[in-house]
Design a protein around this ligand. Structure first.
Ligand code: 0A1
Ligand code: ZN
Length: 865
């Protein structure tokens, strides 16, 4: 696209139904990497007036027939993106025959080749790269697929649904048919062909139906699919028990591919996964990998009901399937692991990614009302804030009403392409509440700020809260309406006993702030000293809480708190305030009282090591960014390091003791052992915070003896910033040990890019193992550097911006979706101090002056707009 082109937006208000129905389609693939022939035969019926337009991009049309008769070029019109047939009867059969080139498909959307095998990615608009079709989610059809291919190269042929006929041809080719009885939109179509090893299992549903399960991976890797399979069976069971949803086909397959733009894809009965979220062996995977596999396998499986059985009417409704399915996968992980730990991790992610997005030029509502490029809508806002809104809904109407509403949703909307309004109508029915004001949450961008003021009336034992809300202006939305904010609240005494408040049960209540401002009287049933206020417990609403509490008051509150989320969050607030104080007072040492309290909190929670580990995690730079403008990332990094060092000193003896104990053996990837390793890894990190020659030696010996990938990587990550021989040796040894395993080498790149300088990032991007055509590898350098290493990325010399700008420019030529995602790392540029700000602006403007893809141009236009 040229610079002068303004990206054209698609608008929600312009939605019109497709004027035809296609109840059945047969697809016939003759698979060849450079020239695959795709024949489609569809039964079409008019449902309302309107033209017959099909989407199609980069297709070579060989033949087209209507009711068996060839159509001449006058009968239709072809553009770069559409095929329009000028006159059609009310019911007809259309046959098309096209040729596509999967081996030239570097954008990884449509049919492409990864590791010598065919695979597909059709969400959101990949199917139009395969054949002519109304490529929109509200056109649902029954798909029948036939494939033929060279049998020796592609012995396994997979598609959606259940297998039908298969057999050999005489010329070394073979064929297979697949049938999917469930009508589906084209974005859920999938095809995989190649040679794989398979890890198989079976599942019997609550209805007694037998399901064959398969996880297809690289040759020799079958055993590494075991954990993904266990996660799949756990997901199937959980959805039956929690939501009464059973699987609905006799086959469920997962295929792992090395080249993939996202995490995974929920194609009906044939999920396709980034191999990073399938393969895990005891030796090569971290606990974070095991956890991510479990949660993503769950996520994709849960889409079978929330996404596939009930899909989206249009892409504006993306959060209907994504927000809801993230909520479901978070609940799954909470039930399988520790609920409070899961909640803290989910909020950390939300604050780091979504709050940042919501506060910058790319902010958009959870349900946007326009977009220029649909690929750019797969955002933290749609996914993570979308999930938070469902969670806030469960608090607002209560979990019982939520569960009833979900069953109404499944009953009434099964088999349809729905909207957020449809979804919310179910909860209105279930709760009897008018949810129109709650739905404002979906239309307004920006994170609401809630100001909390307290006044204590001792004579009447009443705490009066004055609550007010304000949502900052965001692009295109200068003013905001108030939204209902459900705040789980408790009043505590200094020892953490819950005080009883009139109208509350079990020592907790939900206060809903509906208007801009409210006061609420919390009357204690007994007498007490001024109670301590615990508010937004479990992070019940996705807001920022603004309370004027002194450090002493926060420490007192943290000591009395009973909600683990709030305990952790109080320490986060304390640490953040302290980091800013250190930033403003470069000579001042860290506050001893705070460091001591944090150290004590870690020690006293050692029996819940996963939680203790989270307490040691200081707010990261990306989060601190949001609290100051202009921001000096290097200064912040330095202040944060000083506080970490003080914490490391406070916990030095504990770290030695914890690390002297043996790591759990034999290795199990369960939450209990993972928690122990998380605390060990946190102690490894704090050892490094001491920044001494002794620490480097200690880390190297821990690295050499590390019994698992979690600890080995923690040592490597901690060693990277040292300038010692031990560090160089560890980097070298790790590479030599793992050079045959691309997923581990991705980590090797990522720890260096995530801790190093711009020079390191550039050197890594020139390494022989760097591969621009593999998104995981590109992200392991570019995203690790620009999204997790902000002090280096935004360094004043501008080198960080340049390296990433150069990678984006190269990546965009092959893979626009990947380049656009990397560009979002610049989203905070306006907040930077003037020198770095100017350098970021220059890189962005230089990029804008090149002919970048539509995806990248969309991000650039908004980031600079
Ligand atoms: N629906 C998938 C996300 C996804 C979106 C686009 C993709 O390719 C361009 C791939 C996956 C999910 O939520 O997991
Ligand atoms: Zn999803």
């Amino acid at each position: 696209m040229l610079r002068t082109d303004t990206p054209v937006s698609v608008k929600l208000e312009e939605y019109t139904p497709y004027p035809f129905e296609i109840d059945q389609v047969s697809l016939d693939f003759s698979l060849e990497p450079a020239a695959t022939r795709v024949k489609a035969r569809m039964n079409v019926r008019r449902t309302q007036p309107g033209p017959f337009v099909l989407d199609g991009v980069k297709l070579k049309l060989n033949d087209i027939r209507l009711d068996g008769k060839p159509l001449g070029p006058d009968a239709y019109e072809l553009t770069d993106e559409t095929l329009t047939i000028k006159e059609v009867p009310d019911a007809f059969v259309l046959e098309t025959d096209v040729t596509i080139n999967p081996s030239a498909n570097t954008a990884l959307s449509g049919l492409y080749i990864s590791g010598g095998r065919f695979c597909s990615q059709c969400e959101a608009t990949g199917f139009r790269h395969i054949t002519y079709w109304p490529d929109r989610p509200d056109v649902m059809s029954r798909f029948h697929v036939r494939m033929d291919a060279d049998k020796s190269k592609y012995p396994i042929l997979l598609s959606n649904g259940t297998p039908g006929e298969s057999g050999d041809h005489s010329d070394g080719r073979h064929f297979a048919e697949w049938d999917d009885p469930h009508p589906k939109p084209s974005y859920l179509f999938a095809l995989c062909a190649g040679d794989y090893d398979v890890w198989r299992d079976t599942f019997t549903t609550m209805n007694g139906d037998h399901v064959d399960l398969g996880v297809y991976v690289d040759k020799g890797q079958a055993k590494s699919a075991e954990w993904a399979m266990e996660s799949l069976k756990a997901s199937m069971k959980w959805d039956e028990e929690r939501f009464g949803r059973a699987y609905d086909l006799g086959v469920f397959n997962i295929v792992a591919v090395r080249d993939f733009n996202f995490g995974a894809m929920e194609n009906k009965g044939l999920n396709i996964f980034n191999s990073a979220y399938v393969l895990a062996s005891q030796e090569s995977a971290t606990d974070a990998d095991f956890e991510a596999i479990e949660s993503i396998v769950g996520h994709e499986y849960f889409h079978n009901w929330t996404g596939n059985r009930i899909t989206c009417r249009d892409w504006f409704q993306l959060c209907l399937k994504e927000g809801l399915t993230v909520f479901r996968d978070q609940e799954f992980s909470s039930d399988l692991r520790s609920r409070p730990v899961q909640r803290i991790k989910d909020v950390m992610r939300l604050r780091a990614r979504q709050f940042a997005e919501d506060a910058g030029p790319l902010a958009h509502p959870v349900r946007p009302d326009k977009y220029a490029s649909i690929d750019n809508l797969y955002t933290a806002t749609v996914y993570e804030k979308g999930s938070e809104l469902i969670r806030a809904l469960t608090v607002f109407i209560g979990m019982d009403a939520f569960d009833r509403g979900m069953q109404i949703y499944f009953d009434e909307y099964d088999g349809t392409a729905s909207t957020i309004e449809d979804f919310y109508s179910c909860f209105e029915k279930a709760s009897g509440k008018d949810l129109s004001q709650f739905r404002r949450w979906y239309a307004q961008a920006g994170t609401p700020e809630v100001k909390v003021e307290e006044s204590w009336d001792a004579a009447n034992s009443t705490l009066t809260l004055t609550l007010s809300q304000k949502t900052p202006a965001t692009p295109g939305q200068p003013t905001k309406e108030p939204v209902p904010i459900p705040l789980r609240t408790a009043l505590l005494d200094g020892k953490g006993a819950h005080l009883s408040v009139e109208g509350w049960e079990n020592g907790e209540g939900v206060i809903v702030l509906e208007d801009e401002k409210m006061t609420v009287d919390l009357k204690l049933t007994g007498t007490s000293d001024k109670p301590l206020l615990s508010i937004n417990r479990q992070f019940s609403a996705p807001v920022r809480i603004d309370r004027e509490l002194s450090n002493e008051a926060l420490l007192e509150l943290a000591a009395a708190e009973t909600d683990p989320f709030n305990i952790w969050d109080n320490f986060q607030t304390l640490a953040r305030t302290e980091i800013f104080r250190l930033l403003d007072n470069p000579q001042s040492p860290p506050e001893e009282a705070l460091v001591g309290a944090l150290g004590d909190a870690v020690r006293s929670n050692e029996s819940d090591p996963a939680f203790a580990a989270l307490l040691t995690a200081l707010p990261d730079i990306g989060e601190l960014f949001q609290h100051r403008e202009p921001v000096d990332p290097a200064g912040l990094n330095d202040a944060r390091k000083r506080l970490r060092k003080a914490l490391g000193e406070n916990l030095k003896a504990d770290a030695e003791r914890i690390l002297a104990a043996p790591s759990p053996a034999p290795f199990e990837p369960n939450a209990e052992q993972a928690g122990i390793r998380a605390l060990r890894s946190a102690m490894i990190g704090l050892t490094g915070a001491l920044d001494t020659a002794d620490a480097s030696r200690k880390l190297k010996s821990l690295f050499d003896a590390a019994p698992n990938m979690t600890e080995s990587l923690a040592c490597l990550r901690t060693l990277v910033p040292f300038q010692t021989q031990e560090r160089d040796e560890a980097i070298q040894t790790f590479y030599e040990t793992w050079k045959e395993n691309p997923l581990v080498i991705d980590k090797w790149f990522a720890v260096q890019a995530g801790q190093g300088t711009a020079d390191d990032a550039r050197r890594l991007s020139q390494h022989t193992d760097f591969d621009l055509s593999n998104p995981n590898r590109v992200r392991s350098v570019a995203a690790a550097f620009s999204m997790t290493n902000l002090a280096a990325f935004h360094a004043r010399d501008g080198e960080g911006h340049k390296v990433i700008g150069d990678i984006i420019l190269d990546a965009d030529k092959r893979n626009p979706a990947l380049a656009a995602r990397l560009l979002t790392s610049f989203e905070q540029w306006r907040k930077l101090e003037p020198v770095a700000k100017a350098s970021a602006e220059k890189v962005l403007k230089d990029l804008q002056s090149q002919s970048l893809s539509k995806n990248a141009s969309d991000i650039l236009a908004r980031a600079l707009g």
